[in-house]
Design a binder for this molecule. Sequence first.
Ligand SMILES: Nc1ncnc2c1ncn2[C@@H]1O[C@H](COP(=O)(O)OP(=O)(O)OP(=O)(O)O)[C@@H](O)[C@H]1O
Ligand SMILES: [Mg+2]
Length: 318
Amino acid sequence: MVEPFRVVDLADWTRGESEPGGAEEKRWFTAPDASSQSGRWLFKPRRIKELTLSRQRRARGDAPDLLVRGEDWAEKISYELARLVSVPAVETELATVVRRGTEEAVLGSMSRDMRPERWGWTPGAALLAEHDDDFDSELSRGHSLSAVLTVLAPMNGPVGTEFHSWPAFDVFAGYLVFDALVANTDRHAHNWGVLQNPTTGVVCLSPSFDHGSALASGNGDVFRADRVRSGAVQQWCSRGVTKRFDGGVAVGLVDIAMQALSLASADARRYRRDRIVGLNLDLCDDVINAAPNLSDHTRTFVQIAVATNRRRLIDALH
Ligand SMILES: Nc1ncnc2c1ncn2[C@@H]1O[C@H](COP(=O)(O)OP(=O)(O)OP(=O)(O)O)[C@@H](O)[C@H]1O
Ligand SMILES: [Mg+2]
């Protein structure tokens, strides 16, 4: 038995401002002095969507069915897997907070502020817009690997990590390999960015963040259980595409990772291959089993998905 991940209760933390980026209410919290988690963390609630009922069921007065998304466990599991494959990612914990007004307990995840004190953060979209007048982040127009390579060319990897001496694009290519591992389709131009040193003005790539839609977290338990029962998780993996690059065309997650690695250095390619080949699936299972309150089917789905995507990456890397 593995020790379950803790769920940090933010009841006695200081509430800060809400974060305008992204679709849902997110808020900054600061730990109390006595806490071991110093600093500022961004809390993101997991989302619950009301599904549209059939006319018949509406007429019957049924309450709407709820789709409980799993952004919280997807964020935490992805972060722990990122550590296993040496991808720099924002530190992430499961968390819970009581919503003011309704007093309802909300589950979610929180990530430690990736900006060292007084450092600035700029999304990839802003860098690309400077580089290309036609850049349109909504339509992914201008968000291509070659444009990312151009804007990251003068920079290094994330400050405070072993990758700070690496060229930023070599690290970015690792983010796309990681996305293929965890089936993260959401690497749009606001889901990566750069950090700026306030004293020197020098800019570096930020760690990876926003993995909340990985691992089919948005599809609901019924979808994942169906895929497990019908033996269709491998097929689901093979259909994993991103539409976040190249004007929105669908590109396989493994394919875009390989394209990125082909633009990266030989050292980065070798490093990434070694990390994926060396990824111990028993350790992945320990991570997945440590996530509290997952159904057995979801646990199995995630285990098969990670093992399958690792195998697909290994096949592509040889
Ligand atoms: N750990 C962090 N440190 C500093 N800033 C962060 C951190 N995590 C997120 N942010 C900022 O908050 C924004 C929203 O966060 P995030 O992308 O995780 O949420 P989201 O709602 O899932 O976004 P999306 O619209 O991409 O689905 C990010 O674009 C980034 O600007
Ligand atoms: Mg985001």
